[in-house]
Design a protein around this ligand. Structure first.
Ligand code: SR1
Ligand code: MG
Length: 399
């Protein structure tokens, strides 16, 4: 077994060649590093017939910061297992893992060459009717089959301990729930909204609710999460979407995955007036995004309910009143985590292009203020919002 070393393109070629039947002639291969991910090295390896695969290697540090931010390469093991587990129950919406090498912390993946990154497509104003329904299926399947409704106590606990992922969770614990609520040096705050950001540092009511959401993130291992389900972790084409990048996966609150995606749809939503010159175009895109948020929750809750009714293997958890309460709590959690995502992507370390790419500084500041206001209200009002229509009313009222 080769000892860990950081891949050069030739290493990626050799790795892909050795672990796939697709290539055969090593000399015919080309490899190029690509991608603007925050953490890892990613290569596309291609043969002269145009067939290609992806080699993803975990570096011993966070790529976006450099060696001053050391990070375990064990995250590749976690990512490979999360993708394999999710791929087993929802192969149509999970990128396929072809090989994982623990020593090299490297994964060979299918190349989603026909797909585009969802975030870029949304920024360009594209609309995909299938997005919310397919992502709802991905989450209903991946979360139900890794939950206590389906797994036995011992099997679930073994999986929880195998996939604890403390280092990557700590990044989320800090960036999501702590940094935005204090004057942290990692924060990235545009000067035009400094006063709005400063209000967060003194907002005791908000901080109490964020503390409660963080406590659940730390201590509610409901299901195997993707853990970073933003619109840069979803690849999309005309008739399908697939999820990638599961290195933040761990057993956590189900609402965290739902909330991350809802938060990213809403980040795109608040940015619409700043991105489209024509108000009519902005309104159409806003309408599409709200429709997707609504479908995402409705489809998810319907599919998850059906799975609880038909596949639950724990006699006590088969109680239908309990199952209804459970889903109501998942909705509240999802809204809270969506609110945290809106806030941390506006003032925290890791921004999103949906907001940052607004070229007019004043329109960008307005969009960022809307993101903060909406995030705050979602967090504060999450337990009082009984259904998704009430959520959409709140969103539209604040826009
Ligand atoms: C240092 S990592 C910053 C962010 O990128 C990842 O995709 C996660 O969202 C993380 O919070
Ligand atoms: Mg990622």
């Amino acid at each position: 077994m080769a000892a860990y070393h950081i891949f050069k393109p030739d290493d990626a070629k050799a790795f892909a060649d050795k672990h796939s039947g697709l290539f055969g002639e090593h000399s015919q291969l080309t490899a190029a590093e690509f991608g603007d991910g925050n953490l890892n090295l990613v290569f596309r390896v291609q043969n002269d017939k145009g067939s290609s695969l992806i080699v993803k290697q975990a570096l011993p540090y966070a790529r976006c910061v450099g060696e001053s931010w050391p990070l375990t390469t064990d995250r590749a093991r976690i990512e490979a297992e999360v993708l394999e587990q999710h791929g087993r129950v929802c192969p149509q919406h999970t990128v396929e893992v072809l090989h994982f090498d623990a020593e090299l912390s490297a994964i060979l993946l299918e190349d989603l060459k026909a797909y585009q990154i969802l975030r870029h497509e949304l920024i360009a104003g594209k609309q995909f009717k299938h997005l919310a329904g397919q992502m709802a299926t991905y989450m209903a399947q991946s979360l139900f089959y890794s939950s206590d409704f389906y797994l036995s106590g011992p099997a679930k606990k073994a999986a929880v301990s195998r996939l604890l992922n403390p280092e990557l969770c700590l990044i989320t614990e800090d960036l999501f729930f702590s940094d935005p609520y204090c004057n942290h040096e990692r924060n990235n705050i545009h000067s035009a909204i400094l006063a709005d950001a400063q209000k967060l540092w003194h907002d005791q009511a908000l901080q109490a609710e964020v503390a409660s959401l963080k406590a659940d993130f730390l201590s509610k291992p409901q299901a195997l999460l993707h853990g970073d389900l933003h619109s840069g972790s979803i690849f999309i084409k005309e008739d399908n979407c697939k999820v990638i990048d599961a290195e933040f996966g761990f057993y956590g609150p189900i609402g965290f995955d739902l909330g991350s995606l809802i938060g990213n749809l809403l980040l795109n939503y608040v940015a619409c007036p700043g991105r489209f010159a024509q108000p009519q175009q902005a309104a159409e895109q806003e309408q599409y995004l709200l429709q997707q948020v609504s479908t995402l929750w409705q489809e998810f809750s319907q599919q998850f309910s059906q799975l609880m009714a038909s596949e639950c293997r724990d006699a006590a958890l088969q109680n239908s009143h309990y199952q209804q309460q459970f889903l109501q709590q998942v909705l509240a959690d999802s809204l809270g985590y969506a609110g945290c995502e809106l806030i941390r992507r506006t003032v925290g370390l890791a921004h999103v292009a949906d907001l940052d790419s607004i070229s007019n500084a004043s329109l960008r500041a307005q969009a960022e203020q809307r993101a903060l206001a909406l995030g705050r209200q979602l967090i504060l009002q999450r337990t009082g919002l009984a259904n998704i229509s009430q959520v959409l009313n709140l969103v539209q009222y604040l826009q």
